[in-house]
Design a protein around this ligand. Structure first.
Ligand code: MTE
Ligand code: MO
Length: 442
């Protein structure tokens, strides 16, 4: 910027003059009131100093372009962070934190606050030290370096990753007071990577090959068996997320994406893909990530994350502060079986449902944002959302799930969430039996 440009930039605001500001303020206020949003109009005799007085940010230089080579959110947003649940986090290197979904909008999860789950800590693995081996029932066992991976044709795909244990603490009843904790083991990123199929075809899968066993370079290795059909269909070896290198905690320099399937299978720091004739029956698919049913038996190979939705605001961490009148209800919906086609919202605990507005048409295996704008009369509400996906599947109530699964399950809880919105605007995680379960009307 030369001196002349600087002068015009600095003098831009004052040019308008006090009367100009007043007029501008009044008309904006009138518009907003016309829209019913209740924006404080300029009350007579009490001008708003934020409008009428010169503010420091309009009379001083802002930061130069060299101040922040790689930016973080502005300090006023310092509350929008990953959090953990202390009693759940027995040890931080073998634990989990949660995405602040209550405070986000749209569908892409900012990488820096996308939840992390690791079994033996987030490792630091340099690209130069990265090797990906394909072995087992293949014609030619192969080892790829990171540079090798970069030379294969890439795809881009936006996908949600949900930990199978998301909402797992809610099986026996409402427990954690915040959508970050009840549904926050999820993130949604745009991945760039190489179809796993391409790499498997490079090695040549033998006819006896029916499964793959994938493992990571970390101490836990997090090994999982995946049917070859899925591996050849849509799995991706991702080398970028949201346009940039994967973060260390999300598996730098390469991780596996298994669209729509439980997060545990999305092996981070991917080091080996073995083609096998049978599943390996690893720890992660026998003692863990199986679902105990009401009769005490357990079922395994429940890979797909079924359709689910939740209202992110208002919610316990996002109480209504503005009183009655226009209220934006918003949330997220997703399905591991395909695109979300519809989301219903009830204000009265399931007696009556309204169809919410999808911000964009549902994208298969990615998060979908929904909104319902209402005129809140200030009375209490029992807010719930219910997702439908392209297979015709409708998200069940927690009672419907418990009828089959009992209360000893941990994983795959996709039941309908209830927020009790009080007249004060505060919200609480509660459970109510649905009218259908009570045998009542509606
Ligand atoms: N190598 C390796 N991969 C792993 C894990 C791990 O501990 N090690 N955790 C798994 C689990 S249980 C989940 S839910 C997802 C979490 O991915 P994220 O940390 O990107 O959220 O990674 C999976 N992949
Ligand atoms: Mo997980």
């Amino acid at each position: 910027m030369d001196e002349k440009e600087r002068d015009s930039a600095v003098s831009h605001a004052p040019l308008m003059g006090r009367r100009g500001f007043l007029r501008a303020g009044a008309s904006v206020g009138a518009l907003a009131v016309g829209a019913g949003a209740g924006v404080k109009a300029m009350a007579e005799g009490t001008p708003d100093p934020l409008i009428t007085e010169m503010q420091p940010w309009a009379s001083q230089w802002g930061d130069g372009v060299d101040a922040t080579p790689y930016g973080l959110p502005i300090r006023f947003e310092g509350d929008v962070i990953r959090r953990n649940v202390s009693w759940l986090t027995a040890d931080v290197v073998s634990s989990i934190n949660f995405t602040p979904i209550h405070a986000l909008d749209g569908t892409i999860t900012p990488t820096g606050c996308a939840f992390e789950r690791h079994h033996s800590g987030a490792i630091e693995l340099a690209k130069e030290d990265y090797r990906l081996m394909i072995n087992g029932l293949v014609d030619t066992p192969l080892v790829f370096t990171y540079e090798d991976l970069e030379r294969f044709p890439r795809v881009n795909r936006t996908l949600f990753l949900e930990c199978a244990a998301n909402s797992g603490m809610e099986w026996a009843g409402a427990q954690l007071n915040g959508v970050q904790f009840t549904q926050g083991m999820i993130h949604n990123m745009q991945y760039s990577g190489i179809p796993l199929r391409t790499l498997l075809e490079e090695a040549g899968v033998k006819p006896e090959g029916k499964w793959i066993y994938v493992e990571g370079a970390d101490a836990s290795s997090n090994g999982r068996s995946i049917p070859l059909e899925k591996a050849m269909d849509d799995c991706i070896v991702a080398i970028k997320a949201n346009g940039e290198a994967l973060r260390k905690e999300h598996g730098y320099p390469a991780r596996l994406c298994v669209p729509g399937w439980e997060g545990n299978m999305w092996v981070k720091w991917l080091r080996r893909v073995e083609v096998t004739s049978e599943p390996v029956q690893s720890r992660e698919e026998t003692s863990k990530y199986t679902d105990t049913l009401a009769d005490g038996t357990s079922r395994k190979w429940t890979w797909v994350m079924d359709a689910k939705s939740v209202i992110t605001s208002p919610s316990p961490q996002m109480p209504i502060r503005h009183g009655k009148g226009p209220l934006v209800i918003t949330g997220l919906a997703w399905s591991g079986n395909g695109a979300i086609t519809q989301v219903d919202v009830t204000l009265d605990g399931g007696k009556t449902w309204k169809v919410a507005r999808l911000a964009e048409p549902g994208v298969a295996m990615a998060l979908t944002r929904f909104y319902l704008e209402i005129d809140w009369d200030g009375s209490e509400m029992f807010l719930q959302s219910r997702a439908h996906d392209e297979t015709g599947y409708v998200q069940p109530t927690k009672d419907q799930l418990r009828a089959i699964r009992g209360e000893n399950s941990v994983y795959h809880n996709n039941g309908i969430q209830t927020w009790w919105i009080k007249a004060t605007g505060e919200a609480e995680n509660v459970e109510i039996s649905s009218p259908a379960d009570r045998g009542g009307a509606g």
